[in-house]
Ligand binder design. Structure first.
Ligand code: HPA
Length: 260
């Protein structure tokens, strides 16, 4: 964009297949060198700000976490000018402060996924690229979202290590205990390789997590879909409020220089 800022993209996850409050101005079906994204790209205005929305699991919700074409999703957003991505993720809570319906804006990732197409840098390359990924989530975008959450009175945790698991099954109690020992505060199935792919293209990326259940073994009961749906119902209004009100600030972030 001419003022040096990029378009903001939102990748909606479980519980956010469509974005209520978005004034839709158009839809685009795109193809990328890595195939088609999970859904059409929906262009619209959120609180008067231009935004592009993509449904990670398709609309209707049909693509499981391990089969999402993360490369096509990120590349499609990049190709329409998105330079700041908000990944909305349903997660399980491990940290005692991260119970159901809590909003989390994590600051780190541990990747336990396997077998996913997780890089744009493969095949017939002229040189090998290793991007820096020390801070996987964009600090300025996180700050804007945390200030918005505070100002709007939405309870949130502004820290946390996101442990990305393969799915689609949930974890065992022992797996969660191991993740806790590793330092994970929350667990989800879609945070990676999405964040790394955005970084490879020099995009800002931030995770807006909604805790939808206590992680396995962290409560006295097994995890049910009813519990998850109730937490989505309870917490998604806070997520939507943060998205709406942070749009103006996020839209002004300057485009990062390309690192490679
Ligand atoms: N584990 C992994 N992914 C999840 C969970 C969980 O408990 N809840 C929502 N996504």
């Amino acid at each position: 964009m001419s003022d040096g800022s990029g378009v903001v993209g939102i990748i909606g996850g479980t519980g956010l297949t469509t974005l209520a409050g978005l004034t839709i101005t158009g839809t685009r079906s795109l193809e990328t060198p890595w195939g088609a994204p999970s859904s059409v790209l929906t262009d619209g205005l959120l609180d008067g700000q231009p935004v592009v929305f993509l449904s990670r699991h398709g609309n209707p919700h049909r693509i499981p976490p391990h089969e999402v074409n993360y490369r096509a999703n990120i590349k499609a957003l990049y190709d329409v000018g998105v330079r700041t991505v908000i990944g909305v993720n349903a997660v399980g809570g491990i940290h005692p402060d991260m119970g159901p319906a809590c909003v989390v804006i994590p600051d780190q990732i541990i990747d336990y996924t396997w077998g996913r197409a997780g890089t744009f840098f493969e095949g017939d390359l002229e040189h090998v690229t290793h991007i820096d990924f020390t801070w996987p989530y964009d600090r300025e975008a996180r700050d804007i979202m945390m200030q918005t959450a505070s100002a709007q009175g939405v309870p949130f945790a502004g820290f946390g290590v996101y442990g990305a698991t393969q799915g689609p099954r949930l974890e065992t109690a022992a797996e969660i205990r191991r993740m806790e020992r590793d330092g994970c505060d929350l667990v989800g199935m879609t945070g990676m390789p999405e964040a790394a792919l955005a970084a490879e293209l020099g995009m800002r990326y931030v995770c807006l997590g909604l805790v939808v259940n206590w992680a396995a073994g962290k409560s006295d009961h097994i995890i049910t879909m009813a519990e998850i749906e109730a937490a989505i119902e309870q917490g998604m209004s806070g997520v939507r409020r943060i998205l709406e009100v942070s749009m103006a600030g996020l839209g002004k972030l300057r485009v990062l220089p390309q690192s490679s």
